[in-house]
Design a protein around this ligand. Structure first.
Ligand SMILES: [Zn+2]
Length: 259
């Protein structure tokens, strides 16, 4: 396994499609592996194709709660994708109340999320969760956790791009879930306390490329190899060397995703 792993990128998808060969060359140079995360059926399939080509790329299959092209989630079709040996998680999936937190949207999204939980349970793979609350609340986390707490001990997974508060982090830890951090931790100290609190054994690193590049690449398109900056910042906050952080995160990835 590579030194660093970006557990959540959209490499080869979204805007990272055209120059993916170049990005992959840079990942090899920087010793970075990644899990390519689908947001709908097409991108999930494309992620698998990429994972079949490279031994340092894995895939996640699922429907983003809002950016899913408005397609209907076909559980049986997704099950076929999910059984692929290089698919290491179900997602991204979850709840996103940021733009619309009406009861109708919440209900729809919860139903879609429950289908992903069902899929994860049936193929025995962890969840990659996207949770984005409405402004000034923790609502999407609270609802996602209420669903997941029913399956405590039976299901595992990771809260991607974690921006929850301390009480949410405690609930996530209580059901054995990990939390991953991204570019923003390199340019704001808002997450320092949270990262100090969460044991390193429950932390993962990611880029969510092409979104939110870390310092010193801000303003550029985010690419998976930039994940090194996230590791460095976590090492700084935890007062550890980047090598120590990389080693523990690697163990976390092995435990949760079986990589
Ligand atoms: Zn994503």
């Amino acid at each position: 396994m590579q030194k660093y792993i970006d557990i959540h990128s959209h490499l080869g998808l979204l805007t990272l499609e055209e120059n993916k060969e170049e990005i992959i060359a840079k990942m090899i140079e920087k010793d970075v592996a990644t899990i390519v995360i689908g947001v709908d059926y097409e991108t999930s399939k494309k992620g698998i194709e990429l994972a079949e080509k490279y031994d340092f790329i894995w895939a996640g299959v699922g429907f983003h709660p809002t950016d899913n092209n408005g397609e209907v989630f076909d559980l049986e079709e997704f099950k076929k994708l999910a059984l692929h040996k290089k698919v290491v998680c179900i997602g991204e999936c979850g709840l996103d109340y940021f733009r619309d937190s009406s009861e109708e949207i919440k209900k729809e999204q919860k139903e879609l999320f429950e289908k992903h939980v069902e899929l994860a349970l049936s193929v025995k793979k962890p969840l990659m969760i996207h949770s984005r609350p409405s402004n000034g609340t923790q609502d999407a986390y609270e609802d996602a956790l209420s669903i997941l707490e029913k399956y405590k001990g039976k299901i595992s997974g990771n809260f991607h791009f974690f921006v929850g508060d301390l009480s949410i982090a405690k609930r996530a830890l209580d059901i054995g879930f990990t939390m991953s951090f991204d570019g923003p931790i390199t340019f704001t100290d808002e997450y320092d306390e949270l990262i100090k609190f969460i044991p390193l054994e429950s932390i993962m690193c990611e880029t969510d490329a092409p979104f939110v590049a870390p310092v010193p690449y801000r303003g550029k398109t985010c690419e998976p190899w930039m994940v090194e900056e996230v590791y460095k910042k976590i090492a700084k906050i935890k007062n550890l060397s980047v090598e120590e952080v990389a080693l523990v995160v690697k163990k976390n990835v092995r435990r949760v995703f079986g990589i």
